[in-house]
Design a protein around this ligand. Structure first.
Ligand code: FMN
Length: 182
């Protein structure tokens, strides 16, 4: 019988405040196919997720999607990587036990010699504390906008936020990781 492909519906419904902090030299790596189905996960990814390796490989990456994440964050990521660009962002991820961990994520498309996208690779490191504090607040506001007016509302909110701060999404992310408050 084919194995069940885990996805966000299999994620724990009971959330906890139990946060795991990545170590200074920790690197979480995963690879997916073009639809976001996990094809590779390194040891630390498996350990921190709380799932077994056999459950992770073949799962949809949204298995670890945390409900505090605004949808717009994933739209920005997918828009960039499908356009063959790199993406950087801060992500709160959900563990199998209902706890969470924050990462500073980098996602890049994997291209074949003809330039066709054949999958994606992501590397994640420990985010700066400033970034987690600032982005948690920003994501709360974006989630609020999404509940009110969908992703159009959160996109508009983000655009005006960036305009007010006289920055771009990319610059904001890098400044935050360097510990510089926008
Ligand atoms: C290489 C790669 C890595 C990803 N890593 C994560 C991740 O760590 N956490 C996450 O929630 N989504 C990650 N995603 C995005 C998911 O595919 C998905 O878009 C997201 O979880 C939102 O899912 P939903 O739109 O089904 O709610 C990744 C996607 C790719 C291509």
């Amino acid at each position: 019988m084919p194995r069940k492909r885990l996805n966000k519906n299999d994620a724990p419904k009971q959330l906890t405040d139990n946060e795991i902090r990545l170590g200074e030299s920790d690197f979480i790596v995963s690879k997916t196919d073009t639809r976001g189905i996990i094809t590779y996960a390194n040891r630390i990814f498996v350990e921190i997720s709380g799932y077994r390796k056999e459950e992770i490989i073949g799962a949809n990456h949204n298995l670890i999607r945390h409900p505090d994440m605004p949808r717009i964050a994933f739209k920005l990521a997918w828009d960039a990587i499908q356009a063959k660009k790199e993406f950087f962002g801060f992500v709160k991820n959900l563990r199998a036990d209902g706890g969470y961990y924050w990462v500073f994520a980098y996602i890049t498309p994997d291209l074949d010699p003809s330039g066709k996208i054949i999958g994606y690779t992501s590397f994640r490191r420990r985010p700066s504390e400033v970034a987690v504090a600032e982005v948690s607040e920003l994501y709360k506001l974006l989630r609020f906008e999404e509940q009110r007016g969908g992703m159009q509302a959160s996109q508009k909110f983000l655009e005006s936020f960036l305009e007010r701060e006289e920055t771009t999404y990319e610059k904001l992310i890098h400044d935050l990781q360097l510990g510089e408050i926008a």
